[in-house]
Design a protein around this ligand. Sequence first.
Ligand SMILES: Nc1ncnc2c1ncn2[C@@H]1O[C@H](COP(=O)(O)OP(=O)(O)O)[C@@H](O)[C@H]1O
Ligand SMILES: [Mg+2]
Length: 340
Amino acid sequence: MAGLPYKIQNMVHFIKKLNVLIILPSYNALVNNFEYEVRKKLQINCIFVVQTAVLFVQLNNWIQASNNIMGKVISIANQKGGVGKTTTAINLGAAFAVLEYKTLIIDADPQANSTSGVGFDPKNIKTSIYECLMDEVEPKNIILNTATPNLDLLPAHIDLVGAEIEIINQPNREKLMRRVVNKIKQDYDFIVIDCSPSLGLITVNSLVASDSVLVPVQCEYFALEGLGKLLNTIKIVQSRLNPSLDIEGILLTMYDSRLRLSNQVVDEVKAHFQNMVFDTIINRNTKLGEAPSFGETIIMHDVTSSGAVNYLNLAREILQKNDLTRIKSSDKQINIEDEF
Ligand SMILES: Nc1ncnc2c1ncn2[C@@H]1O[C@H](COP(=O)(O)OP(=O)(O)O)[C@@H](O)[C@H]1O
Ligand SMILES: [Mg+2]
């Protein structure tokens, strides 16, 4: 390990803890065979081989992240249930954390699936995002460290259901989440907010507190249903409450290459939203479905699974996009008249 930059040594140690073998290219004849091609094509600085999965690590990103805290807030939103919001919040969060970006997941759904998904029993949560929104506790005092280094959680509790009604008469009722986030933003590179399946006040609060919104779309029947309404809500938030809210991208989830329907949905969504759609597509992967029942992120559960590789690639794509943005802001304008 000697002679490697400190950041890489840390990464290797971390993955070793997960009992995964990392082979450096210079030590492996197989990798040496295609190393030149991969380096040339992708312009990367360093390659790790994790059993079957290849993880490309951009040293530049790491070094930049270690020098300044980014504090980027991303809401994961879609008012449809079961499209992969929570799975994305947890595993994108974990992927950022493994790449050494300090990350916080805010569970903004009373169902508390993100909270249980990273290993905490919601029944044991006494103080949650609810009390933070009500300004009864400081978020710093209730943030939990997860089993993944660099990954923290601001948990949810079923009480959050009541918050929708309780905050309706408060002044600045759309800006309560932003006040909470502003108190902790400087401590994190990324804050990922897992929204509930609704376009209610808590989701609007999350959008107001965010720099961008990531929209998971399931490769299923009626994939585009309801998206017009969501994009309209985003547009209203942009025009009235948070002009700097950006669309991070539309993420296709639960893709099954064997199904014609899955491929049709990909084509349809790409035709409609063009370069707003992430290049990374999340495959349907049973490991992704079972990991939460162990209270584990996919990277802890099985780092070699396609789910882990997909979410690591998504993190890499977001990092690249934010460094050298390929989507011009003008291309991100939404036509609110769009009907689906
Ligand atoms: N890519 C995937 N492959 C297989 N199962 C998935 C995948 N993404 C999500 N799931 C499962 O689908 C269900 C709904 O996903 P979830 O992330 O909870 O959606 P949401 O938060 O939008 O309601 C969960 O049981 C989850 O484990
Ligand atoms: Mg959810």
